[in-house]
Design a binder for this molecule. Structure first.
Ligand code: CU
Length: 173
């Protein structure tokens, strides 16, 4: 996915650059009369409209993913362990901090003040589960940890000055 984004960015930047150079190169040419400019523009308008429609439909179709994300809905069941997780500016409070590999853990996620995003990371960059933490609501998030280790819980919703400091650790053994 990262590579696709890179390629799209480079192609779009190159296209913009080419248009810029073309405009700059032609800027000093005396302009045609307005009627002929309008005729040229109108000739392109129809094909461009359909190009955008077709490209939009194709891109939407190709990038659609299965919903709900496969595997998430299947995990719902009677939990082996329940952990109440409360977010507040600016920390997470979990009523336990270790679970066993393979058991079904249900996080009951809520917040005391403003909205937070409860995200469980495996390693530095892989989110394995996340839920919104909202005052007045309890969102249930079920996770089965397949591998032992220390999982970090970070906030995904910008919630103020020390948002980046909202960290907790869950030990899976
Ligand atoms: Cu937060």
């Amino acid at each position: 996915m990262q590579n696709v984004v890179w390629i799209m960015t480079i192609v779009a930047t190159a296209a913009l650059g080419a248009i810029f150079l073309w405009v700059a190169a032609n800027a000093s040419r005396p302009s045609d009369d307005a009627a002929s400019i309008a005729r040229t523009a109108y000739r392109w308008r129809g094909p461009l409209f359909w190009l955008v429609i077709v490209a939009g439909a194709v891109i939407s179709f190709v990038t659609l993913t299965e919903w709900p994300i496969s595997g998430h809905a299947l995990a719902a069941g009677k939990p082996d362990t329940v952990i109440r997780a409360v977010g507040q500016q600016w920390r997470w409070t979990l009523d336990r901090d270790s679970v066993r590999v393979g058991e079904l853990v249900e996080f009951q996620v809520t917040a005391d003040d403003v909205n937070h995003g409860f995200a469980i990371y495996q390693g530095k960059s892989r989110i394995i589960a996340q839920a919104q933490a909202m005052p007045g609501y309890v969102n249930k998030l079920q996770v089965r940890f397949a591998e032992p280790g220390e999982y970090e819980i970070l906030c995904l919703e910008y919630c103020g000055l020390a948002h980046h400091g909202m960290r907790a650790t869950l030990k899976v053994q």
